[in-house]
Design a protein around this ligand. Structure first.
Ligand code: MN
Length: 638
């Protein structure tokens, strides 16, 4: 009760009478305080009153002054709570009073506490992040907050009839309060909702503020030291940390994540650890055990860029998932691809919808073309570094920021990534040592890389979940199987490459360029097995390696088909993206496109212009500077 501390006469201040909100319970009632009550029944020995929907009791005639009828209002205070929970009140005699509205103080449950609260009735506060209509109930996924606990997503089922949408007024993004029983369903926690209330006013604002603060705290990536000390990698950490934060926030907000990655060894070394880390984080945040499957998809890219076919399929699935399962539109995460102008038509198509796009890549970027279309772009070239920091190396650090506990399981992965892309980064010896600590010698790492190449080809557009995990030994529970699988696949790969070389090598043309580099040409269309492993990119790389071994460098190898050429080089300062641009200017009507890395890449052209394009290309190669320090790397763009 208020008192007048200023020293005035207390009797001049009107007393305060509390008015309970309908959802208030006995927990909101204080002894010796006056409350507004409404008569709901009259009996011989007194009247029954309601203080709220959940607080009712008797005012005995001995505690009652005057006569009352149903619907009359009076002021009471709590007299007694009996052992059986029955309440009795006494009338308080006040004439002049002011009214103070009392809201129910909910004790909101945290998502993580629900498994220990089976059978109990709980209150949840949160935002509706998905609405799924089943053949039975409507399932609302609610992102719940409670005090200092982490936010978590809880499925809340409401039944209005089989297949009938319950609470049709509730929309995605609404702030809600849910009251219901905690049940176990298919081994997971679900709340059978008795009541859904859409919050408004102060309650909604308060919830939003708490949710924002919780998500901001929970989205913060782990502060881990990099696996190796490397200045080039260090420069990229702030960008990686920002992306880790964005990914964690995306999971917390129940937005699905679509991973597309380069279909090669480095691309897999990038995508698989990030996939595993996100899967674990999704499982931590979501009570629904199917959430990782619904919210995360990984697929190799069809082309060495995000082509329209992939983008159209992704968009199609995203819109179907939205309509059929009430899911949000996804975030696209491009790994070891996605930095170039060739990616932009697909990106622009997605931009018609709310689909953020993030890229981690180490191919030579066109930041002016892609930058405006991306929410995040992590690429060593944006920091004066180059392809030697491979995407796999970057993504292992990204995965560790998401799930530091995975560090031990990932320590061999950067070495595999580096070998796959033939990185000559300064940190390669350290990465090889690190893999050595995990039980991998250099030869076994080469085998893993070879096995991944082979799998990438055989899987084509399939993600190969499980199989790729076993081959890379990430999220694989049987190390012996991993070793056997790798040995087998690497063996298959080498046999196939040897068969290809037997056919191709007798047809390699060698010439010496003006700059002193050797040029090797191989017609991979007519002098190699087609439509089988190894594809033209790897065939060209194998020919290049064989020539280098026999004759030394500097050397360039061109593997050409009717409308494409794959380039490999060692010790020659090529700039393939630049050469492609020049050819486009010099040879109109040739349809030249392509790129890749600076010294390794592929280009396309129309069949009728093959001779003209190859001649012009060789001229440019003959002008290129020799740089014996410069090694080659593999882009695998076949
Ligand atoms: Mn790569």
């Amino acid at each position: 009760m208020t008192t007048d501390d200023a020293g005035g006469d207390a009797r001049e201040t009107a007393p305060v009478v509390h008015d309970l909100a309908p959802d208030c319970t006995i927990d909101d009632v204080d002894e010796d305080e006056p409350y507004l009550a409404t008569v709901n029944g009259v009996v011989d020995y007194g009247v029954f009153v309601d203080l709220s929907e959940h607080v009712s009791g008797l005012v005995h005639e001995s505690n009652l002054a005057g006569e009352y009828a149903v619907g009359d209002e009076l002021v009471v205070e709590l007299e007694d709570v009996r052992e059986d929970g029955d309440l009795s009140f006494a009338q308080v005699d006040v004439d002049d009073y002011s009214v103070d509205a009392v809201d129910h103080e909910y004790d909101f449950a945290a998502a993580a506490d629900l498994p220990d609260a089976l059978g109990e009735t709980v209150h949840l506060a949160g935002e509706v992040v998905q609405i799924r209509q089943t053949g039975g109930p409507t399932v609302f996924n609610v992102q719940c907050v409670a005090d200092d606990a982490n936010a978590g997503v809880v499925p809340c089922a409401a039944f209005a009839g089989a297949g009938v949408r319950a609470y049709p007024e509730i929309e995605l993004g609404d702030p809600v309060r849910v009251t219901g029983r905690v049940e176990e369903r298919d081994g997971a926690v679900q709340v059978e909702a008795d009541e859904f209330v859409v919050l408004d006013g102060d309650a909604a604002a308060d919830l939003k503020q708490r949710l924002d603060a919780t998500v901001q705290r929970q989205a913060e990536p782990a502060d881990v030291d990099t696996l190796v000390e490397w200045d080039a990698l260090e420069k990229l950490l702030p960008d990686l940390r920002d992306l880790a934060r964005e990914l964690r926030r995306t999971v917390l907000e129940s937005r699905p994540i679509r991973i597309r990655h380069h279909a090669d060894g480095d691309g897999m070394c990038a995508a698989v650890p990030v996939e595993l880390a996100l899967r674990e984080f999704i499982a931590e945040v979501h009570e629904d055990p199917d959430a990782p499957r619904h919210l995360l998809k990984r697929s190799p890219s069809k082309a060495p860029f995000y082509d329209m076919e992939d983008a159209t399929r992704d968009l199609n699935f995203a819109l179907e998932d939205r309509d059929r399962h009430g899911q949000k539109l996804p975030m696209l995460l491009m790994l070891d691809n996605g930095s170039t102008e060739e990616d932009t038509p697909a990106y622009r198509n997605l931009a018609h919808y709310d689909i953020p796009i993030a890229v981690v890549d180490h191919h030579h970027p066109d930041p002016d073309a892609v930058g405006p279309l991306l929410s995040a772009h992590v690429n060593p070239y944006l920091h004066d570094e180059d392809y030697r920091v491979t995407t796999g190396m970057l993504c292992v650090e990204l995965a560790r920021m998401l799930r530091p506990d995975l560090s031990d399981d990932l320590q061999h992965v950067p070495a595999v990534a580096g070998l796959s892309d033939r990185s000559q980064g300064e940190a390669m010896p350290d990465y090889l040592d690190l893999a050595g600590d995990a039980g991998y010698d250099d030869e076994s790492l080469e085998d893993v890389s070879e096995a991944l190449d082979y799998l990438a080809y055989r899987l084509r557009y399939d993600p190969g979940r499980g199989l790729v995990n076993d081959a890379l030994n990430v999220g694989c529970d049987d190390e012996a199987r991993h070793r056997e699988l790798v040995e087998f696949l690497a063996g298959q790969s080498r046999e196939a490459v040897d068969r290809q070389l037997d056919v191709a090598l007798p047809h390699v043309d060698r010439e010496e360029l003006a700059n002193g580099a050797a040029l090797y040409r191989i017609d991979v269309e007519n002098h190699a097995h087609r439509f089988t492993y190894p594809a033209p990119g790897k065939t060209t790389a194998a020919v290049h390696d064989a020539m280098l071994e026999e004759h030394g460098g500097p050397a360039i190898t061109v593997g050409f088909g009717p409308d494409f050429a794959v380039l490999r080089s060692d010790g020659v300062r090529l700039d393939i993206p630049e050469m492609v641009e020049q050819l486009q200017d010099e040879l109109p009507g040739s349809g030249v496109s392509g790129g890749g890395h600076l010294v390794v890449g592929s280009i396309k052209y129309v069949r009728g212009k093959r001779e003209a394009v190859l001649d012009a290309l060789v001229e440019k190669m003959a002008d290129a500077e020799i740089d014996e320090e410069l090694g080659s790397s593999v882009v695998g763009d076949d």
